[in-house]
Design a protein around this ligand. Structure first.
Ligand SMILES: [Zn+2]
Ligand SMILES: [Zn+2]
Length: 152
């Protein structure tokens, strides 16, 4: 990862900087990560708290119990709802940062998949799916659907 790394929430209200390489990077397929990402899994960077700075905006938080019996404090942008990081009172020097909000996500390198017992079945054959560099034209896709054809 290029250091310092910058990023923002989806609406731009929260801007932040990361000043050190992550201690670890992982993809987690647990149900909480599927809900927070509204996707198949979420990627997390384990960071030293001191290496993370909020440059603008003010986060809000909510708390939940974790499977391991602890507590997770989940910080998010109050305007757009983007999750920014999680922390646990038991590990005050660490944060679990959500790197989908980085300006440049091209250098993320997860080292492990966690909670594969929850992995969505389609991921195992996702490499076989058709691939588009961007997205289909919406009008063409709608016309194809209206004719009972695939929009892809
Ligand atoms: Zn998870
Ligand atoms: Zn936002």
């Amino acid at each position: 990862m290029k250091i310092p790394a910058h990023g923002s929430c989806q609406c731009g209200n929260i801007q932040y900087r990361i000043d050190d390489e992550p201690l670890a990077t992982y993809a987690c397929h647990c149900l909480d990560c599927q809900k927070l990402s509204t996707s198949a899994f979420s990627v997390t960077l384990l960071l030293q708290r001191r290496s993370f700075s909020i440059l603008s905006g003010e986060l809000k938080s909510w708390e939940r119990a974790t499977d391991s019996g602890g507590k997770a404090i989940c910080w998010f942008c109050p305007t757009c709802g983007n999750r920014i990081f999680h922390e646990s009172p038991a590990f005050p020097d660490l944060i679990r940062f959500k790197p989908g909000t980085l300006d440049d996500t091209s250098e993320l390198k997860p080292q492990v998949h966690l909670w594969t017992c929850r992995e969505q079945a389609w991921l195992k054959h996702s490499a076989d799916l058709p691939r588009l560099e961007t997205q289909p034209d919406l009008a063409s896709a709608a016309a194809a659907l209206a004719q009972g054809k695939s929009p892809f």
